[in-house]
Design a protein around this ligand. Structure first.
Ligand code: DI6
Ligand code: FE
Length: 404
């Protein structure tokens, strides 16, 4: 009746079952057809048929597959030279203003073919997967023409197919103003709404639409127009909100029922309350906070008090977060932001799934996808404690062992 049974495991179900990490001490998990068919104490296991493959896991811990719910990992080139400039005192905003920053990556991404971008993305996804990532969200936003944004989203999907890692895509045409629209931001928004979003939606290339609502990005009014077009095409909404200043972006995202508002260093209490009302997840990105040497902390206590679910992600991108370890974000989420290790782990499992609108993963429960990470650790907190994380013993995606 089961395809496979994992026994002698300590299970962090990451459900809210009243125990830390939703844990089950002497547990067993059975898988059928790529889904979890049993999870619980070994003592409660029903009789199993002789055709079930049984694996003794030697007391290892198992967690839901890790979910990186915010990345920009499809891009051409890199910005090591700008990193060097920043260390010589030039600010991120200054670099962006003079056509560097995001726009230098736009140039390199436009110049790259679909095949080149796919190959680069495959390498980056593999690095995340080595740390136990089984689902990754990838944004466009370095193409900024319909053809180049489409190319990026196709590369993201192709890289998912090539690696077996589950990929969710977000269209981020409103990431930066392309040089050909300099001084004409509203016309560029027209182009996004009337050409890019319809094309991307029609081709089924995006699950969500995102935007960069910021002084160096787009205004709340422009962001709102993008949201309206996204809604009209049945796409979910996410937002880069209040990263460098408070434009009430998180409240705007909440008003449109966004899945998540991301970054949030400058988010006000009123915006947090709007997020709580709307069920919008707070996606915190300690890699960007760290890289940009930001000193303003996201409002963790306010988010907790309001009951907003908190996720953590890498924001993997060539500028503000050249990071390919989601487990390192656990350490930084705890050490820089003051999250507890349990909150941090929920942030890359249960709450990361919610930030992507995925109800079939993020916890280990009957009926969920069998996406699992097996780890040879004594304490769940080790995931956040070791700087750079722990190498999984094995990873299972949709019931299939992908590495060991
Ligand atoms: N906020 C970020 O942190 C990234 N994009 C955004 O809107 C930065 C992307 C980059 O610098 O290439
Ligand atoms: Fe980002």
């Amino acid at each position: 009746m089961f395809d496979r049974l994992y026994r002698n495991i300590r299970i962090a179900t990451m459900t809210e079952n009243g125990t830390p990490y939703g844990s089950i001490a002497d547990g067993a998990i059975a898988v059928k057809g790529g889904r979890i068919a049993f999870v619980g104490p070994a003592a409660d296991l029903p009789e199993i048929s002789t055709s079930t493959f049984v694996e003794d896991c030697g007391g290892k811990w198992v967690f839901p597959g890790f979910i990186d719910c915010h990345t920009h990992l499809v891009f051409g080139g890199n910005r090591a030279r700008e990193f060097e400039e920043r260390l010589n005192g030039v600010s991120y905003e200054e670099i962006a203003k003079r056509g560097g920053g995001i726009l230098s990556t736009v140039k390199a991404t436009r110049a790259a073919s679909l095949e080149e971008l796919t190959k680069l993305a495959v390498g980056r996804i593999k690095r995340l997967a080595e740390g136990g990532v089984t689902t990754v969200e990838i944004k466009s936003g370095y193409g900024l023409t319909t053809a180049d944004e489409t190319k990026m989203l196709k590369a993201a999907k192709a890289a998912g197919d090539a690696t077996g890692i589950q990929v969710q895509t977000s269209f981020l045409g409103a990431h930066a103003l392309p040089p050909e629209y300099a001084g004409k931001a509203d016309s560029y928004i027209d182009y996004i709404c009337s050409d890019m979003i319809p094309a991307v939606a029609e081709a089924g290339l995006a699950d969500a639409v995102d935007a960069f609502c910021e002084g160096i990005g787009f205004t709340p009014e422009q962001t709102e127009r993008v949201f309206k077009a996204a809604k009209a095409h049945g796409l979910q909404i996410k937002l880069h909100a209040d990263q460098l200043s408070d434009l009430s972006g998180a409240a705007l995202a909440a008003k449109y029922g966004a899945l998540s508002a991301d970054h949030l260093e400058y988010t006000s209490k009123a915006s947090v309350e709007a997020m709580a009302q709307a069920g919008t997840v707070a996606v915190l990105l300690p890699g960007a906070f760290y890289t940009l040497k930001e000193t303003k902390l996201p409002p963790i206590a306010t988010l907790r008090e309001a009951g907003v679910d908190i996720a953590l992600a890498t924001d993997a991108n060539p500028g503000s977060s050249p990071v390919f370890s989601l487990q390192l974000m656990l350490h930084m989420g705890c050490n820089l932001f003051g999250l507890t290790p349990e909150e941090a782990v929920a942030g890359i499992t249960r709450n990361a799934a919610k930030a992507l609108g995925l109800t079939d993963r993020g916890t280990l429960e009957v009926g969920k996808r069998a996406d699992m990470v097996f780890l040879d650790i004594e304490e769940p907190a080790e995931l956040a404690y070791w700087v750079g994380g722990v190498t999984p013993k094995s990873v299972v995606i949709g019931g299939v062992t992908s590495s060991s």
